[in-house]
Design a protein around this ligand. Structure first.
Ligand code: FE2
Length: 416
């Protein structure tokens, strides 16, 4: 049996499961049922759907195949909370998730309880199983949806003309001075990329391999001030900076500033409308915008392996979901902060394609990652919406070049 087909049942993992399930629900502490049914865009899902879908994942991939005599909670739920697994069955269209005024939120919470209780029963019965497992995939899957809940609720609240706040207690400090620093590789180097430790990673991070790096310097995050200069210099009106697809996209969609900027002075955050702070990293730009800015600065985007090199040398600490800042902050820019992790995902120039000798998960889970390896780009490092224990140097997030509702920013490369 493949490693991904086994269930791990040690105490630490069960505890991580329980904490992860609780953490997801705690993200809704500031929300009301009315907040949790809205879908503003095809790619945005209602919070209630995330709560149900993460539960469906455990039900479908652990309980149905492994818990004897398990009775599924509801055939209807099986249909509406399947995201995109054709091998599991038909499912409600992604752009119709906002039509789900039924089931009620209470019923979805009942579903969570029912599945959690049955999972604990399954864990009790499988004490001896100990390999890396479906349970870990389920936990990590739920953590991905924690970030998605925040990305989506930001879009939903932004779309309300009243601009409500998600987080009522903002701990954002005033702007501080910071010293520019860079991550610099002075010599050619052969490096290992991908995950080679004996701990959890997704199939798309394997197998690890080696690559050569030429000397380069990674700049600090591009800031809001720098982005304002780009706008002032006609960045969005100058075709020469843009990829053809990007130029078409911004013109077709009237894009002239990052998503959630109300004007050149104010933007919307999960902590409400704020004055744009110049020293903070610019957030919510597409790959197209990132490439245009790089061209404007006569620099380039880093490759995923270049960023991975510095991540592998950094401690995993920073502005993660655990800190509950709910937005990008500027301490990652300070000269005494050496970690490259957290705050905002960094766009890379790397296509999201399989590594050499990649082997996808088997059976239904083949649809987890491998079928998305087309037309998307890799982002690295995690963000303020990512749980700290979810990220690794080899972690490959991926989005389409036009996506910009994710918590992403930009660092550039200058050759040495
Ligand atoms: Fe999912």
């Amino acid at each position: 049996m493949d490693g991904a087909q086994k269930i791990i049942c040690d105490k630490g993992m069960i505890n991580k499961f329980l904490v992860t399930r609780d953490n997801t629900v705690s993200l809704t502490n500031n929300l009301y049922p009315e907040d949790m049914v809205i879908q503003t865009e095809d790619y945005v899902s209602p919070t209630k759907w995330h709560l149900g879908h993460t539960t469906w994942f455990f039900e479908n991939f652990l309980l149905v195949p492994f818990l004897k005599n398990y009775k599924i909670f509801s055939d209807d739920f099986n249909y509406i909370f399947n995201s995109y697994y054709n091998s599991v069955g038909t499912f409600n269209a992604r752009n119709k998730r906002g039509f789900l005024n039924r089931p009620f939120l209470d019923e979805v919470m009942e579903y969570r309880k029912y599945v959690d209780e049955n999972l604990l029963e399954l864990f009790r019965k499988n004490q001896r199983a100990s390999r890396k497992s479906l349970l870990e995939i389920g936990i990590n899957h739920e953590q991905q949806h924690q970030e998605l809940i925040l990305m989506d609720i930001k879009n939903i609240f932004f779309s309300n003309p009243l601009k409500p706040r998600y987080n009522k207690k903002s701990s954002i400090k005033n702007e501080t001075n910071f010293t520019k620093n860079s991550f610099i590789l002075n010599n050619k180097k052969e490096i290992e990329y991908g995950w080679s430790k004996n701990t959890f990673c997704y199939d798309n991070e394997l197998p690890s391999n080696t690559s050569h790096l030429e000397p380069f310097a990674l700049t600090n995050y591009v800031t809001n001030l720098e982005w304002k200069e780009f706008i002032r210099d006609g960045g969005y009106n100058s075709h020469q900076f843009w990829l053809s697809d990007g130029w078409d996209y911004i013109n077709r969609n009237n894009i002239s500033k990052p998503e959630y900027w109300l004007d050149k002075n104010y933007y919307f955050t999960l902590n409400g409308v704020q004055k744009i702070q110049d020293s903070l990293p610019v957030c919510h730009i597409s790959f197209y915008e990132a490439c245009a800015y790089a061209k404007y600065k006569k620099l380039r985007l880093p490759t995923e392996i270049e960023i991975e090199y510095f991540l592998s040398k950094s401690k995993i600490k920073g502005n993660f979901l655990d800190k509950k800042e709910y937005q990008e902050i500027d301490y990652c820019n300070s000269s005494n902060f050496k970690s490259l992790y957290g705050n905002l995902w960094m766009w890379t120039s790397s296509n999201y394609v399989p590594y050499k000798n990649y082997k996808s998960y088997e059976n239904n889970l083949m649809e987890y990652n491998s079928k998305f390896m087309c037309n998307q780009f890799v982002l690295k490092g995690g963000s303020f919406g990512t749980p700290q224990n979810h990220i690794r140097s080899s972690y490959r997030n991926f989005y389409y070049p036009y996506n910009r509702w994710q918590f992403c920013g930009l660092r550039l490369v200058s050759e040495l």
